[in-house]
Design a protein around this ligand. Structure first.
Ligand code: F0G
Length: 377
């Protein structure tokens, strides 16, 4: 598929490290290859301490990191002859599943929570032709039902319990190491269903030539991917951050009624519980939580000080990095990377509601506009 150096997606780029063959029909929207952007406008203290980079996954084709996993999961589903895929979702997985199903000519069924879904994500799933089922429950209820459907209906699950999802998502770690020319010292990431932190750990480990104790390998039980020469000589410490109202990794047990403004990570029963704990433990990392107010303040800071508009759930990775640098848990001089998992345009309501006063009503006359400029310089 690749021709003349034209980028055609992460499966093509990292083909040797992914479960595909030359015959596989790849379902791709040229996902991946997202920028790693250094934060420049932090307060001097923090800026002096460390270099902080964000991996802006909102620039994937459907606006979130889910496309990395979905290209792999739908490619695999198609190669197995599946005609339909299904997922439970807080929004982004459903948007991505709908897009890749459309691309593959498959049917997609998505279960979303009643109410609590960002408008942009709902719009994506709808226009991309998914059968959207709004269940009277939350993500965890949806996940339970989807797992039951695996035996009840001819549908392939494309939530991150599908190991091919994690295989695709691990490529974000490869890209970070490729961009920096080394592994970061710390990697900060939002945690909801906990697939992504597990995928990053798999990717960082694979690139360092180290087999994680709990490998999320999709295609065999051997160490085949570790036949490669290592691309780097270390792995980062993995830091997972959760919303205070939806923080099972802080509670140490599942949470029944998760609640947060960061609806993407409004999850009480993460499916990749063991893998995420393994990533944290093996890397010497930790979990922490932040309030909705802290999450929104960081989202606004990134948008208004750096020009980086991410969704609330994504901002928590930077909230965590800044807090842990300030407290000294992340030592001065560290190279820190943070995943901005989704684009801010996904959730316009939340952005507008915290930008009150941002629009000035002005008469359609030069004088009035001039006055408004001078008053706001
Ligand atoms: N950030 C965003 C924007 C997300 O959409 C999600 C998960 C996460 C972070 C957390 O990643 O689940 O791998 O720990 N969204 C899923 C969904 C649950 O349905 O779109 P995770």
């Amino acid at each position: 598929m690749s021709s003349g150096g034209h980028y055609v997606g992460l499966i093509d780029r990292y083909r040797a490290r992914l479960p595909v063959t030359d015959e596989t029909r790849i379902v791709s929207l040229s996902e991946g290859n997202t920028p790693l952007i250094e934060l420049q406008n932090l307060s001097n203290d923090v800026a002096r301490e460390c270099q902080i980079y964000v991996k802006f996954e909102g620039l994937n084709p459907t606006g979130s990191f889910k496309d990395r996993g979905m290209t792999m999961a739908v490619t695999q589903a198609l190669s197995e002859g599946a005609e339909a895929i299904i997922c439970a979702s807080t929004g982004n997985t459903s948007a991505s599943a709908a897009a890749y199903a459309a691309r593959a000519g498959m049917r997609s069924f998505v279960l979303i929570p009643d109410g609590k879904i960002a408008l942009g994500k709902l719009a994506q799933a709808m226009i991309q032709g998914a059968v959207v089922m709004q269940i009277q429950g939350n993500f965890d209820d949806g996940m339970r039902i989807v797992k039951e459907m695996a035996h009840a209906a001819p549908v392939t699950i494309v939530n991150s319990i599908n190991p091919y999802r994690l295989q695709g998502q691990k490529t974000a770690a490869f890209e970070i190491v490729d961009a920096l020319g080394r592994a970061p010292d710390y990697h900060c990431i939002p945690v909801g269903n906990a697939g992504n932190i597990s995928a990053y750990w798999t990717g960082f480990s694979e690139y360092a030539g180290v087999k994680p104790a709990t490998a999320a390998c999709a295609y065999c039980d051997t160490d085949c991917v570790f036949d490669f020469a290592p691309e780097c000589d270390s792995r980062p410490v993995m830091l997972g951050y959760q919303a205070a109202g939806s923080a099972p990794f802080i509670a140490g047990s599942m949470v029944d009624d998760p609640e947060t403004v960061a609806t993407a990570i409004r999850i009480g029963r993460p499916q990749s519980w063991d893998l995420a704990w393994a990533a944290s433990r093996e890397s010497g990392g930790w979990f922490d939580s932040f309030t909705d107010a802290e999450i929104l303040a960081t989202q606004k800071f990134l948008a208004s000080s750096e020009g980086l508009f991410c969704e609330p759930a994504s901002a928590i990775s930077v909230a965590g990095a800044l807090a842990d640098i300030a407290s000294g848990k992340i030592p001065a001089g560290s190279i820190v990377t943070c995943t901005l998992t989704g684009h801010g345009l996904k959730d316009p309501d939340t952005a507008i509601s915290q930008s009150a006063g941002g629009v000035i009503k002005v008469a359609a006359e030069s004088d009035a506009v001039k006055r408004a400029i001078l008053e706001n310089l």
